[in-house]
Design a protein around this ligand. Sequence first.
Ligand code: GUN
Length: 302
Amino acid sequence: MTAKLILGTEIREEILKEVEEEVKTIKAKHGAVPGLVTILVGQNPASVSYVTLKIQTANRLGFKEIQDNQPEDISEKDLLALIERYNNDDSIHGVLVQLPLPKHIDEKKVLNAIDPDKDVDGFHPVNVGRLMIGGSEVKFPPCTPAGIQEMIVRSGVETSGAEVVVVGRSNIVGKPIANMMLQKGPGANSTVTIVHTRTKDMASHCKRADILIVAAGVPGLVKPEWIKPGACVIDVGVNRVGEKVSEKTGKKVAILRGDVDFDAAKEIAGYITPVPGGVGPMTITMLMKNTLRSLKFKLGIA
Ligand code: GUN
C-alpha cells in the first residue's frame, strides 16, 4: 500500500485563504484588523527565519504586524516591561515572544507575563488550564497541536473512538495534543495513550494506533514494523541531520529528517505527513488563526 500524503503546504493555503477572507469581512464591518507583535531577543538563526516567516504571513493576511527586535543582552526586567506595554496596547491582539530566550532570562517568568487573552501561542498556564477543561473554555489551542488536529480532520480521518498513540510528552506538542484528542467533540473523542522515554515497550503501543502522532525529536525512531497497516501517521519531528547545497539558491541548507522512517512507513500507513512539508507549515498558520480569534473575542464575535 502507498499512503496518502497529508501535505501541510496545501492545508496551510486552504486555511490562510479562510483567514484572509474573514479579516476582510471584519475590517469592512468593524474597522479593525488583527494585531500581532513578535518579540525576538538576539539573532538565533533558526528564530530569525521563523520570525521572518511569521511576519511575511501576517502581512499577506492584512494583519497589523510589529516586529520588535531586542538585543541579546536585554535585561529580564526590561523585557517584562516591554511585554506589559503590548499587553496594554489595544491595537495588539497577539503577543508572542520567540523561544528560546538567552540563559539570563527566566523563560517561565516571561511566558507568565503575557496577558492570557493575548497569548496566541497558548503557552500561558491559564490557557493550558482552559485547554484541559476543553469545549468553550478553550481560547488559544497551542499552534502545533492545533495544526495536527486540523490536518487529521481535513484529511477525513475518523477520530471518534480511534486509538491515538502520542510519542513524546513535551508541553508544546505531546501533552496538549493528547489532551485535545481525548476531549468530547468533533475531531476528537479518541482513546489516547502517551508513550515516552520510560515506556517499557513503545513498539507494542504504537502497533495498536489508528492515529500515531510522533513528537520525540529522535530521527527515524518509529520503525515501519511499529505501524498498523492503514494507520494515519503524523510526524512532528524536524531533525537537522546534515547540510546540503540548495539547487534553487546555491546556499547551504539543513537536511531535515522526521522521527518516522518515512520511505518504509509510507508503504504501510494509510495516511502520512512528510518532513519537511508536513506539520511544519501548520504552526505559523494556526498562529494566524489564533490572532484572528483573539480579535474576534475582543469584538464579541468569536
Ligand atoms: N520557537 C519555536 N517554535 C516556537 C513557537 O511556536 N512559539 C514561540 N513563541 N517560540 C517558538
